[in-house]
Design a protein around this ligand. Structure first.
Ligand code: PLP
Length: 372
């Protein structure tokens, strides 16, 4: 199989698997229990916490582990809304956010919050002047992601955070697709990340928060994670996340140069008939979302069963919903259907990527011939 779905999930790094093993087989203690084994597990979790904090790279702040980034984002939004002053009853977000933010914001709107969803340009970027016009003393939180999961476009989160702060609001950044891939700029008050997007295990995420910006607890129980997120932590998952984060920090430049070269090779192999969705200038290059008029993306996927790639967002696929991100950048339903997303990274080789692109082109050509 040629795996080109790095935005959906990434292959688990052998280093992360190795680091996790003892915490599944040898030491299975509850990290919150007072035995020596419990203390050892708790200490391993603290090392992992430090490794994830270092990979996020922001000054100060704290980190609480969660079961996923979806949970971290739900917690950040709902817990901030619960804690915020009554006079600030508005959330501002963007049309291209992940469902974990968008649907949670919609849920909060159903509970009485005011919600403003800002459009993006055809390049996928938020217009900062438009944002400035929306920011006033009623805004509690501005939620904007750093790297888009569908089209790879970057948003200027540092400027957005500064603008939010000027209006007395907080800023939440979904950095799930950014961690270990691009630098997370200073500014956000809350940052959500996920292990399985950085070659770590599934089932663990985290919320970073600036001190004082911690949301009200969302999951109640045993008081773990500084009383903010109850539930027994899994040492194996935390340690796997930490090992993956350490590796991502050490290899960030190398991995980035690798995807930059792969991007150039893939766009060359596909050729100019494929148009790129989203800004080319402001992007993470491990995400190539392209379209070709008249081609049916779902048929390409069905035809090339041993190449793993995606139609739109992997998180939304299966829902049958057309991509809200491609719609937000101005694509109509037909053009959206002719779009595919190739995601590549650390373990992708030039040869397999070029082979996949050639096979995609050949399959698209067969579709066109059949239609003619
Ligand atoms: N945010 C973005 C940008 C994502 O790409 C994803 C997953 O695809 C999530 C949030 C949710 O992450 P998790 O799978 O950890 O719940």
């Amino acid at each position: 199989m040629i795996y080109l779905d790095y935005q959906a999930t990434t292959p688990v790094a052998p280093e992360a698997v190795k680091a996790m093993e003892p915490w599944i087989s040898e030491n299975f203690a509850n990290p919150h229990s007072p035995s020596r084994w419990g203390h050892e597990a708790a200490a391993a979790i603290e090392v992992a916490r430090k490794q994830v904090l270092e990979a996020i790279g922001l000054k100060g702040g704290k980190l609480a582990f969660t079961g996923s980034a979806t949970e971290a984002l739900n917690w950040a939004l709902k817990g901030t809304a619960e804690k915020g002053p009554k006079s600030r009853n508005r959330i501002v977000t963007v049309a291209t956010e992940h469902a974990a933010v968008r649907d949670t914001c919609e849920w909060l709107a159903g509970q009485g919050m005011d919600l403003t969803i800002l459009p993006v340009g055809t390049d996928g970027r938020l217009d900062l002047e438009m944002l400035a016009r929306e920011l006033d003393e009623r805004v509690l939180l501005v939620a904007v992601m750093l790297v888009n999961n569908e089209i790879g476009v970057l948003q200027p989160i540092s400027e957005i955070a500064q603008m939010a702060h000027k209006a007395g609001a907080r800023m939440l950044c979904d950095a799930v697709q950014a961690l270990g891939r691009v630098e997370i700029a200073e500014g956000p008050d809350l940052v959500a990340v996920s292990a399985h997007k950085i070659h770590g295990p599934k089932g663990i995420g985290a919320l970073w928060f600036r001190e004082g910006a911690e949301p009200a607890p969302f999951i109640h129980g045993g008081g773990q994670e500084q009383g903010l997120r109850s539930g027994t932590l899994s040492p194996a998952l935390c340690v796997g996340f930490g090992a993956a984060a350490k590796l991502a920090s050490e290899r960030m430049t190398k991995d980035y140069d690798h995807v930059l070269r792969l991007w150039a090779a893939a766009t060359r192999a596909l050729g100019p008939a494929w148009a790129i969705n989203g800004s080319v200038k402001h992007r993470y290059f491990g995400n190539l979302n392209v379209r070709k008029d008249g081609v049916d993306g779902a048929r390409l996927i069905a035809d090339l069963r041993d190449v793993a790639f995606s139609l739109g967002s992997a998180c939304a696929s299966g829902s049958g919903r057309p991509s809200h991100v491609l719609k937000a950048i101005g694509l109509d339903y037909r053009t959206t259907r002719s779009s595919i997303r190739l995601g590549f990274g650390r373990y992708t080789t030039d040869d397999e990527l070029i082979e996949a692109c050639e096979r995609i082109s050949a399959s698209a050509y067969r579709q066109e011939k059949l239609k003619a």
